[in-house]
Write a protein that binds this ligand. Structure first.
Ligand SMILES: C[S@@+](CC[C@H](N)C(=O)[O-])C[C@H]1O[C@@H](n2cnc3c(N)ncnc32)[C@H](O)[C@@H]1O
Length: 212
């Protein structure tokens, strides 16, 4: 992987060089293994930290949750720590990221984390919540398709929580989501990041008649 930004490669070709980062939140204290070829390998991303600090706690009980684009697992591991009864679907296209996330969850004893490729997620999964620091750099069309695909798995009262950099189009993404029928509000804004809350689909003039 010659371009270090391409952390979304299926199989990063950068030689492995494992490292460790500390994920310290008021209620979470984990050491996570990272590696070259995955997103934010040297430290917990500032946007991810913001989502985990200012986003809501996950709903309780034996619910299904998703970390879309899990990387080495800071969001999935936090959700599983905060709700040990939940099944947390940790989804990523990057094989190395999935291996790290799986190992990190195992090392922390977080049995609820299920690490999968996008295509391994069971059909008909109904999510009580979806958390994501989404892969904005894959391009607008691919990002829109990705969000449409996974937001459609939200249960009627499920919500998604996304962190997006303002200068990478957070406000136009929020407008697009809203127009597509995913009711979107800004929960917070900090140091150039927006935290967006997204509800399950409502019918709008823009999406009326479109398949789910
Ligand atoms: C901005 S990173 C966030 C990683 C991790 N959640 C974190 O906070 O450190 C986005 C992740 O989305 C993954 N990704 C890219 N395209 C994807 C897709 N189509 N489906 C699932 N994950 C994808 C990337 O490989 C990357 O790990």
């Amino acid at each position: 992987m010659s371009d270090p930004q391409q952390y979304w490669a299926n199989r990063p070709d950068a030689a492995s060089r494992p490292g460790e980062v500390s994920l310290l939140l008021p209620d979470v204290d984990l050491r996570l293994t990272t590696d070259r070829g995955v997103f934010s390998a040297n430290q917990i991303d500032r946007g991810t930290r913001f989502l985990l600090l200012d986003g809501p706690p996950p709903p309780g009980g034996p619910v299904d949750l998703m970390d879309l684009g899990c990387g080495y697992g800071p969001i999935a591991c936090t959700l599983a720590t905060r709700n040990p009864e939940a099944t947390v679907w940790a989804v990523d296209v990057n094989e190395r990221a999935r291996e790290l996330c799986r190992a990190n969850a195992l090392a922390a004893g977080l049995d609820g984390v299920r690490v999968t490729t996008p295509d391994e997620v069971p059909d008909g999964l109904s999510l009580a919540g979806l958390w994501s620091n989404p892969p904005i750099r894959i391009g607008k069309k691919a990002l829109h398709d990705l969000l449409d695909r996974w937001l459609s798995h939200l249960a009627p009262d499920g919500t998604a929580h996304l962190v997006v950099q303002r200068h990478l189009g957070a406000d136009s993404l929020a407008k697009w989501l809203d127009a597509r029928g995913w009711p979107t509000t800004r929960r917070g804004s900090r140091k150039g990041f927006r935290l967006l809350d997204v509800g399950s689909r409502t019918e709008t003039s823009a999406n009326r008649g479109r398949p789910e």
